[in-house]
Design a protein around this ligand. Structure first.
Ligand SMILES: NC(=O)c1ccc[n+]([C@@H]2O[C@H](COP(=O)([O-])OP(=O)(O)OC[C@H]3O[C@@H](n4cnc5c(N)ncnc54)[C@H](O)[C@@H]3O)[C@@H](O)[C@H]2O)c1
Length: 325
C-alpha cells in the first residue's frame, strides 16, 4: 500500500463493534499493520470467539462497554487515541423490533464517540455506514450523491450517524471518512436471522431446510468481501485524500437472490433441498447497481471479483455448512 502516508504501526486505535463480524476482521488487519488495538463491544451481538482469536496478541485489548457510555473507562480509551473505526451498530433486523434502540446506538452513540474524539484530539474518525441510507435507489449506477430517502428505522438512524460525522468535519475540521457498506460476506459471518441473506440461507441449509426466496428472486444485491472492507478502512485512515469524504465501499458485483440460493445449495450438496419461494416482502429493494468509481479512483482500492470462489471459501471457513470431500 505505497499510497499510504500515515503509518498506523504503534498507534493506538479503537474499533467499536470489535467483537462483531466486520469489526473483528478490522482488528485483525490493524494488528497486522502493527497498530495497538482496543476493541470495544457491549456483546449485544458480538461473539466471544471473535475476541479469543486475538487473546495472545500483546497489542490487542478488549473492553466490554457501550458506545453510548461517557465514563472514565471511555475517557481512558480516548487518551492518546490516533483513530476511531466506528463499526458498532444496532442492526437492521433488531431495529424492526426496537427502533428506539437504533436511534440510541446508531445516532446518539455516534455523537457520543465524536464528542469524545473532539475532546481528546483524536486524529481520525472512520465511520461505517450503510447503503440503507439511500432507501430504494432510483438512479443507476448509484453514486454517493444519490438522494437519501431511507425506508427503515435502521437506515434513518444510520443516516443520522452520518450527518453527525459530517457536522464534526464541517464545524471542527475533524478528519472524518464515511464508508457505506453493502451486503458484506466472508469468514466468521454469523449464520442467524440478524445477518444478511447469506447468513439466513446458511442457517436454513445447515438446519436441513430449503432457502426461501421472497418474491420472484430476480432482485439483485451488491455483495462485498469483508477483507476488501478492511483495506478500504486502512486506506481511509491513512490517506489524506479521504478527509471529509464519503465513499460507496461496494465491490460492484451484482448477484440475484435466485442465483445465490441455488449456488449455496450446490455448495452444500444438499440435493434433498431446493429453492422455495415465499411472498414478496413489503419494501424489498429490487435493484442495486452501486457506483464504486470514487473509492477506486481516490483510494486505489481493488475489489475481489471472484464472488462464488470467495463465498465458497467463507462458507468452508465457517464450517459445518459444506460437505467437502
Ligand atoms: N454486514 C453488512 O452487510 C453491513 C452492511 C452495511 C453496513 N454495515 C455496518 O457495518 C458495521 C458492522 O456490522 P457487522 O455486520 O459487523 O455487524 P455485527 O452485528 O456483527 O457487529 C456489530 C457489533 O456492534 C456491537 N454493538 C451493538 N451495539 C453496541 C453498543 N451500544 N456498544 C458497543 N458495541 C455495540 C455488537 O455487539 C456487534 O458485535 C455496522 O455499523 C453496520 O451498520 C454492515
Amino acid at each position: 500500500m505505497s499510497e499510504l502516508t500515515h503509518n498506523l504501526a504503534g498507534r493506538r486505535v479503537l474499533v467499536t463493534g470489535g467483537a462483531g463480524f466486520i469489526g473483528s476482521h478490522l482488528c485483525e488487519g490493524l494488528l497486522k499493520q502493527g497498530a495497538h488495538v482496543i476493541a470495544l463491544d457491549d456483546m449485544s451481538a458480538g461473539r466471544e470467539a471473535n475476541v479469543r482469536i486475538f487473546e495472545d496478541s500483546p497489542h490487542y485489548r478488549f473492553v466490554r462497554g457501550s458506545v453510548c457510555d461517557d465514563d472514565s473507562k471511555m475517557h481512558e480509551i480516548f487518551e492518546g487515541l490516533d483513530t476511531v473505526f466506528h463499526n458498532a451498530a444496532s442492526k437492521k433486523n433488531i431495529c424492526l423490533h426496537d427502533p428506539k434502540r437504533d436511534l440510541a446506538v446508531n445516532a446518539e452513540g455516534t455523537l457520543n464517540l465524536l464528542l469524545l474524539a473532539k475532546k481528546h484530539g483524536t486524529r481520525k474518525f472512520v465511520h461505517a455506514s450503510t447503503g440503507s441510507v439511500f432507501g430504494e435507489p432510483s438512479v443507476f449506477p448509484t453514486d454517493e450523491t444519490h438522494p437519501m430517502r431511507p425506508r427503515s428505522y435502521y437506515g434513518v438512524s444510520k443516516l443520522a450517524g452520518e450527518r453527525y460525522v459530517d457536522t464534526f468535519h464541517q464545524l471542527y475540521d475533524m478528519d472524518t471518512t464515511i464508508l457505506r457498506y453493502f451486503h458484506v460476506y466472508g469468514p466468521r459471518q454469523e449464520s442467524n436471522e440478524f445477518g444478511g441473506v447469506v447468513s439466513i440461507f446458511m442457517r436454513r441449509i445447515a438446519e436441513g431446510k430449503s432457502p426461501i426466496v421472497f418474491g420472484h428472486g430476480e432482485q439483485v444485491r451488491s455483495f462485498t468481501y469483508v477483507k476488501d472492507l478492511v483495506d478500504v478502512n486502512l486506506r481511509s485512515a491513512t490517506m489524506p485524500v479521504a478527509c471529509g469524504q464519503v465513499y460507496n465501499a461496494a465491490s460492484g458485483i451484482r448477484i440475484s437472490i435466485n442465483d445465490l440460493a441455488s449456488k449455496m445449495l450446490e455448495f452444500s450438496r444438499r440435493i434433498d433441498l431446493s429453492v422455495e419461494h415465499g411472498p414478496e416482502l413489503v419494501g424489498d429493494i429490487m435493484n442495486f447497481d452501486i457506483d464504486n468509481s470514487k473509492v477506486r479512483r481516490e483510494l486505489a482500492v481493488t475489489f475481489q471479483q471472484d464472488f462464488w470462489g470467495t463465498l465458497r471459501v467463507s462458507l468452508e471457513d465457517i464450517g459445518g455448512f459444506l460437505s467437502i470431500d
